[in-house]
Design a protein around this ligand. Structure first.
Ligand SMILES: O=C[C@H](O)[C@H](O)[C@H](O)COP(=O)(O)O
Length: 225
């Protein structure tokens, strides 16, 4: 029996899979909502849909193998037709915070490579201002304390992400800082300021990238464009 939130994730995940058409190259995002989308794509592939995906995390790669979604990579493909991904927060301008699952760097690459970026969320993630969710920032392990200190000057106390008491290492061999800004009034500027700091690999702010948000809200699905 699925919880109400998981039921919503399943509904929006399956809805998004319907945007994937024969012959498409598909960016596969990461996270528990994307899981349902990949599962559905697996069913569609079994019924004859011909697609190739590029995964944004080892977890997603494993799910693609599990559900039979064929994969490719950027040595063979330069442009993606569509990328489908989850998010941690989405504001009214469709700017987003992502990276709750530490996959933000590869997610940003498949987002930028895609003609269309569809985001699947439940209604609780739609916000007026970004920032309640601590902003994930991927940084190099070298001098991470200094990098964290530089980010703190922008108005937060960064926390090094850990998993089971060990420092979490991203799929790219880097660290993740969770940066609680509380309210981000100018996400475009904040993104640029953080990216100027040497040691920062990428931020979880996705500015002006999403083209369509599929929002699950109770019995309804709303599409925001
Ligand atoms: O790094 C992880 C990603 O940005 C996820 O897409 C995001 O955290 C949303 O994940 P979920 O669907 O599990 O809430």
């Amino acid at each position: 029996m699925l919880s109400e939130q998981d039921r919503m994730k399943k509904i929006v995940g399956e809805e998004a899979a319907a945007f994937v058409k024969d012959g498409m190259k598909v960016g596969l995002g990461s996270g528990s909502t994307v899981y349902w989308m990949i599962r559905k794509l697996g069913e569609l592939v079994e019924n004859g849909l011909k697609i190739e995906g590029i995964p944004s995390s080892t977890q997603t790669e494993n799910w693609a193998h599990e559900f039979g979604v064929p994969l490719t990579d950027f040595s063979k493909v330069n442009k993606l037709d569509i990328t489908i991904d989850g998010a941690d927060e989405v504001d009214e301008n469709l700017h987003m915070i992502k990276g709750g699952g530490a996959a933000l760097f590869r997610e940003k690459i498949i987002a930028q490579a895609a003609k269309e970026l569809i985001i699947i969320v439940d209604a609780s993630k739609m916000v007026t201002n970004l920032g309640k969710y601590p902003l994930p920032v991927e940084i190099l392990p070298f001098a991470w304390e200094r990098t964290a200190n530089e980010i703190s000057k922008l108005g937060c106390v960064p926390k090094l992400r850990k998993k089971d008491a060990e420092i979490l290492i991203s799929d790219n061999g880097n660290y993740i800082l969770d940066c609680p800004f509380n309210v981000i009034t100018d996400p475009t500027n904040l993104n640029e300021e953080i990216k100027r700091i040497v040691g920062v690999v990428e931020t979880g702010l996705f500015i002006g990238m999403a083209t369509r948000i599929i929002v699950g809200d109770g019995e309804n699905i709303n599409i925001v464009e």
